[in-house]
Design a protein around this ligand. Sequence first.
Ligand code: 6PG
Length: 241
Amino acid sequence: MGHPLTVQVFPDPAAVSEAAAAQVVAQARAAIAERGRFTLGLAGGRTPRALYQLLAGAYRDQIDWTRVHLFWGDERYVPHDHALSNFRMVRESLLEQVPVPAGQVNPMPTGSGDPAADARAYEALLAAAFGPGVPVLDLVLLGMGPDGHTASLFPGTPAAAERERLVTAVEALIEPPVRLSLTLPVLTQARSVLFLVTGADKRPVWDEIRADVAGVATVYPAAAVALEGQNVIWYVDEALQ
Ligand code: 6PG
């Protein structure tokens, strides 16, 4: 009990993606109406690809893409054309179909050979886009791994405990091990967070989070976002029920 979670359960991953597309459209339209732009943090991994394809397809004309500014919640430290690159996944599923001005597409840099330096560079980019302090993105899309990681904040790592920096280099235990990630201060300050979580392998951690999110917030970074974040919504499929 305690802190309530906002959860919607859908029959399958396709229904999760449809609902997520409608949610992104609604938030984009509201943000553009209120503030003239929509700042969106993108998730990597496999789950959001179908969402991005819907936004590039059936929902394409429902968003004024010239007002959209894209950021990445995390990135694998590989070249942007690498098969494991989160930027490449978004480029292929979304960017090639929608007219976001190139200057508003802000992937995390992975080219200097020094992940910490590239993390600093992305902090500078955020400062330029949002001003000093912790940036407030309109919406951050997130996934969750079966171990409770989100973005590239993995349980028990210094990156997951980081409360000062906005962007950090990460040593992960899964492939690829070197990554960059937004930190909890940024993820929890966003105006809204939408988690997309599907598949039975995530159910054990999900059961712990929904049973007592405050109790596991120091264990699982996804739970920390759920506890401390603003307007956090979970779209999950039946496999997690
Ligand atoms: C990444 C991610 C990561 C992802 C989860 C869930 O770059 O790996 O952004 O946090 O969201 O690992 O991934 P799936 O959606 O593929 O299960």
